[in-house]
Design a protein. Structure first.
Ligand code: AMP
Ligand code: MG
Length: 189
C-alpha cells in the first residue's frame, strides 16, 4: 500500500514550495511521491462546466456546488495508486464561513495516513500574500489569519478522530525554507 499524505495550510503559507523542495530531496533517496493538487482536480470540473474563470473563484461558489466539486475531486484522487501527496486545505474560507476541506466523506475516499499542517506567523503570511500578484487572495488582517490557522488545528484534530490519521506540524518561517524542507522530507520519509 502506498502512503497518502495530505498537506494543508492557509493560502500563502508556502505549502507548494515546501513540498516541492522535499520531493526533490526524497527523489535523490529513491523515495517517490506523486503530487496532486486538490484545487486543480476541482477546477478541472468547474472550468469544464463554465462555473468559474479561475481557481480563486471556486470558494465563492454556493456551498452545494463546492461540495459537489469536492466529492468529484476526492473520487478521482482515490483512484491513484502508490505514494501520493495531496495539496489542499484544512478549511476553506468562504463568504458563508469555513468549509471543511476534508469532511467525513472525503476522508473515507482518501483514507489519509497523515495530515500535515504547514504554518508560520500570521504577519509573515500577510506579507507573502501582499507580494503574490499571481493569485486573487482575500484581504484579511493578521488576526483573522491567526484565527484561521487556529481553527485549522481544531479541524485537524477532528480529522484524526474520524480517520485515525496522524497530524504533523511543519513550520515554514521566513528565511528558514531549508529547515521547512528538511522537516517536510522527514515527515514524508
Ligand atoms: P489552492 O490552489 O490550493 O489555493 O486551491 C484553490 C481552491 O481550490 C481553493 O481556494 C478552494 O476553493 C479549492 N479547494 C482546494 N482544496 C479543497 C478542499 N479540500 N475542499 C474544498 N475546496 C478546496
Ligand atoms: Mg498552493
Amino acid at each position: 500500500m502506498g502512503k497518502r499524505i495530505v498537506i494543508t495550510g492557509v493560502p500563502g503559507v508556502g505549502k507548494t514550495t515546501v513540498v516541492n523542495g522535499a520531493l526533490e530531496q526524497l527523489k535523490g533517496e529513491g523515495i517517490e511521491y506523486r503530487s496532486l493538487n486538490f484545487g486543480t482536480f476541482m477546477f478541472e470540473v468547474a472550468e469544464a462546466e463554465g462555473m468559474v474563470k479561475d481557481r480563486d473563484g471556486m470558494r465563492k461558489l454556493d456551498r452545494d456546488q463546492q461540495k459537489r466539486l469536492q466529492k468529484a475531486a476526492a473520487q478521482k484522487m482515490a483512484q491513484i495508486p502508490g505514494n501520493v501527496i495531496i495539496d489542499t486545505h484544512c478549511t476553506v474560507k468562504t463568504p458563508k464561513g469555513f468549509l471543511a476541506g476534508l469532511p467525513e466523506w472525503v476522508l473515507r475516499e482518501l483514507q489519509p495516513d497523515m495530515v500535515v499542517l504547514v504554518e508560520t506567523d500570521e504577519d509573515q503570511i500577510l506579507s507573502r500574500r501582499l507580494n503574490d500578484p499571481t493569485r486573487t487572495r482575500d484581504m484579511e488582517g493578521s488576526r483573522e489569519i491567526a484565527f484561521h490557522q487556529e481553527f485549522n488545528r481544531s479541524m485537524a484534530a477532528a480529522y484524526a478522530m474520524v480517520s485515525g490519521c496522524t497530524i504533523s506540524v511543519v513550520k515554514n518561517q521566513d528565511h528558514l525554507l531549508e529547515q521547512a524542507v528538511a522537516r517536510m522530507a522527514d515527515v514524508l520519509r
